[in-house]
Design a protein around this ligand. Sequence first.
Ligand code: ZN
Length: 122
Amino acid sequence: MTDQTPSRTYSGSCHCGAIAFDVELDLAGALKCNCTICTKLGAVWAFAPKTKFKLTSGEAQQGDYQFGKKHLHHRFCTACGVESYAEGTAPDGTASVGINLRSIEAIDVDKLSPRPWDGRSK
Ligand SMILES: [Zn+2]
């Protein structure tokens, strides 16, 4: 890998701060999805292996929402309602997390160029 696609560690949280995490992300992989939940969330996502994700606060504060094929666990804060990440298994079998980049204050989502992802027809 060259440093053209740098990964760095970001800290994110839900709105009230009960749920907080550190995650190593490469923002070159950012995407926006047209599926039914992403449309309502307005989320922009980046994905990482779960080994690069560390929940630093809020284990007991998390809800777990699933729908459709139930491949993903949508993790939201049961106090403020914000979904800051989701977890599931990548096609190659790796445990993975999808981070709602809007939950990371250091990231200006409007400066990214997320790829469209046709999640609605998957
Ligand atoms: Zn919260």
